[in-house]
Design a binder for this molecule. Structure first.
Ligand code: ADP
Ligand code: MG
Length: 394
């Protein structure tokens, strides 16, 4: 990697402001339902502690829009982190102010402190320089380890770097290294899989994959739009009508560049996204007018899996069906198994597809599961992410 990491800077007796991603999924009652993100930050935190730093952690949680929202406080996160680290985590329940300043000053090497949800402060998402300065005043070094917010220029992940030396944490390093492998001389053949529902958001990444991939497999709501552009009748399916021309243009470019773009040949149809009553497998030319496409079909799963078996590299964004409904998760799960069983270097990114792959129980066999949603898509498009740009070059 061409960026400095925590290994390239003297940490002993330094206060280190570390931006992490503790934006954990929560249950209805507000308790943490999945602490993967907290565990993912431990290698960096432990390294900093082991090397004699005092660690000040900052994260956002949810979308409080610049005001204090009681159910989005980080108290429960601080507690879970205490359990994981097996040591006290100082938590004063404020983003800035005299209490925060005092606690940071008193923090000794080997100790940890967690600020309150940074998005409680209206200056955070505005990248307010005064707030960035206030963060910087707490510490000597800035460690950037929240890849998931790297596509946003906020005070705690970008603004602060104007006032402190900035280096990457291990999670950030892992993301940059693995995601870059897709962009720079990936092992051929490269198979890209794109699904999900937000076609408009993904046209950019698809366009990039047209340059990188030998084969592109389309599923999910995305494929519906492409099928509709080829004049298939899709009944009540989700079709993004304003994207039909884009879809047609992408199919044309694929043909010109010799990229094999595979659409489903059959699909699971149902009357409702959340109810499998009456669901069945039909060919793409036979979607009933009163039904909707909810998954890739059985034949398509086999065809897609055959491409994946031959792949040197697999890159995947977006689930191939409405995986939240168990009966419509079969296509995504079958493809997850195909990717896991292939010998390919595999990178999967996107909030929903990563959740689907975890549901399939094959996460361990994927080379890299990206922690970013929007950040991953932007990285794959070759954009410079502000949260990465501020990290010092090696
Ligand atoms: P990711 O988070 O992996 O980038 P998206 O957010 O683009 O993926 O899309 C995920 C959503 O797409 C899921 O909620 C899923 O139910 C939906 N989806 C997948 N296939 C279909 C379909 N055929 N019709 C409607 N929605 C779909
Ligand atoms: Mg999503």
């Amino acid at each position: 990697m061409l960026k400095k990491t925590v290994k390239d800077i003297e940490l002993k007796d330094k206060r280190v402001f570390t931006r992490v991603d503790f934006n954990v999924p929560r249950s209805q009652d507000g308790s943490i339902s999945d602490d993967t993100k907290i565990r993912a930050a431990l290698p960096t935190i432990n390294y900093l502690l082991l090397h004699g730093a005092a660690v000040i952690l900052a994260s956002h949680l949810g979308r409080p829009k610049g005001r204090v929202q009681e159910n989005l406080r980080l108290g429960a996160v601080a507690k879970r982190l205490e359990e994981q680290l097996d040591q006290k985590v100082v938590y004063v329940g404020a983003v800035t102010g005299p209490e925060v300043t005092r606690a940071a000053k008193e923090l000794q090497p080997g100790q940890v402190m967690l600020l309150e949800n940074v998005r409680f402060h209206p200056g955070e998402t505005k990248n307010d320089p005064e707030l960035a300065k206030a963060y910087a005043a707490l510490a000597d070094i800035f460690v950037s380890d929240a890849f998931g917010t790297a596509h946003r220029a906020h005070a705690s992940n970008v603004g602060i770097a104007a006032y402190l030396p900035a280096v990457a944490g291990f999670l950030m390093e892992k993301e940059i290294t693995n995601l870059s492998r897709i962009l720079h001389s990936p092992q051929k053949p490269v198979v890209a899989i794109v699904g999900g529902s937000k076609t408009a958001d993904k046209i950019g990444v698809l366009t990039k994959f047209l340059q990188l991939a030998d084969t592109i497999l389309l599923g999910g709501g995305m494929a519906n739009t492409f099928l509709a552009a080829k004049a298939f009748q899709l009944g009540k399916s989700l079709v993004e009508k304003d994207q039909l021309q884009q879809a047609a243009a992408i199919m044309e470019t694929a043909e010109k560049h010799g990229v094999k773009l595979c659409l489903p040949v059959d699909v699971t149809v149902a009357f409702d996204l959340h109810d499998a009553t009456g669901a069945r497998n039909v060919s793409v030319g036979a979607v009933p007018a009163d039904m909707m496409v909810v998954d890739i079909g059985e034949e398509t799963r086999k065809l897609f899996a055959a491409h994946i078996r031959e792949a040197g590299t697999v890159v995947w964004n977006g689930p191939l069906g409405v995986f939240e409904t168990d009966a419509f998760a079969h296509g995504t799960i079958a493809i997850a198994h195909a990717v896991a069983d292939s010998g390919a270097f595999s990178v999967i990114g996107g909030g929903d597809v990563v959740a689907a792959v975890e549901k399939a129980g094959v996460a361990e066999k994927i080379s890299h599961l990206s922690t970013g949603g929007g950040a991953t898509l932007e990285f794959w498009q070759g954009k410079e992410l502000p949260g990465i740009a501020v990290i010092q070059d090696l």
